[in-house]
Write a protein that binds this ligand. Sequence first.
Ligand code: ZN
Length: 154
Amino acid sequence: MKKKKVRGIARDTLHFILEASRSSEPNEFAGLLSVEGDIISDVLILPGTESSRMSALVRLYMLPNMSVAGSAHSHPSGDLRPSDPDLIFFSRTGDYHLIVGPPFDEKSWICYDGAGKRRDLDVLDVDFQDDGFDDDLFDDELDGDLDPGFRDRL
Ligand code: ZN
């Protein structure tokens, strides 16, 4: 896996993680973090409990073409220290690992590196380009191309 230089995490992404963690209570939330440019901006959500989470994470980590910067998961107990399984997982999957807990606000998380040491991670306000435009364009083209073809064949 290629290691990427990461400038920070998008504020929206952090909020998403905190919100997902809050709504997952009393269960843990877990996801993988991916990077767009040099900013953590995407979360791949993994359902599951503590016992199944690691295998789910590892399965996703094996997927090709995914640039994984690290992970994010919740400790509903509020103890934000990584567990032993967490540390093993951190060492295998990227350099940025968030553990979040109650009250799930912008201060109730800690970022660790792959060795389980606390590290700073900036929270950045980012405006992402709206993906919707491309999708719409694609749909229009698809409609225009396919409709006559279907009619010809009918
Ligand atoms: Zn944990």
